[in-house]
Design a protein around this ligand. Structure first.
Ligand SMILES: [Fe+2]
Length: 181
């Protein structure tokens, strides 16, 4: 289940109801999928091949279609990052820059962990959403954010798009972020 850390104050928000309420107030969609649906060899496994990625999509087909219908997403895929990913650290450095997109950024974590750092309301500033397997999040269009891994340095996530070409990162220069990092 996701937890929140407010960067300005160090305050933490934990527990499904509190996290869900906080994210709703910030306009961030949050839901949970049951990763116990995954067969044992895929549970917690972030070093997966294309066949296994297809298996993940088929196991969560109902959840994906429900989310897609509710929010107008048309395409989806699976991304896996782990120590076997070439140039993982370089890739993460590229990720760890505040940016915006012209459409929502939707991620359903099916194994491993991740963090979305998101810009909240003006008075709140940036907050971290610490995600683990089963957590589903949609960062709204035009909301400054970035994604990175947690201590385990691995993740598998289903990504949903309105149009994958809309998922281009536009850098967002924000002095406030530097101050609160
Ligand atoms: Fe992004």
């Amino acid at each position: 289940m996701a937890n929140i850390r407010i960067r300005n104050t160090g305050e933490r928000i934990e527990g499904h109801e509190n996290v869900a309420k906080f994210l709703e107030e910030q306009g961030v969609l949050y839901e949970h999928w049951d990763t116990n649906k995954l067969p044992e060899d895929l549970r917690g496994n972030c070093q997966i091949n294309d066949e296994q990625k297809a298996q993940v999509l088929s196991i969560f087909e109902d959840e994906i279609k429900s989310l897609a219908e509710r929010n107008g997403y048309h395409k989806w895929d699976v991304v896996a990052l782990s120590e076997v990913t070439p140039n993982l650290e370089e890739l993460l450095k590229k990720f760890e820059q505040v940016h915006v997109h012209t459409e929502d950024e939707v991620r359903a974590i099916t194994a491993g962990n991740g963090i979305f750092v998101i810009k909240g309301s003006e008075e709140l500033g940036y907050f971290d959403v610490e995600l683990s397997a089963g957590d589903v999040i949609s960062v709204p269009v035009d909301t400054p954010h970035f994604f990175t891994l947690r201590e385990d340095r691995q993740v598998v996530a289903v990504r949903l798009f309105i149009d994958p070409s809309g998922w281009v990162a536009h850098p967002f220069q924000d002095p406030q972020f530097v101050e609160t990092k």
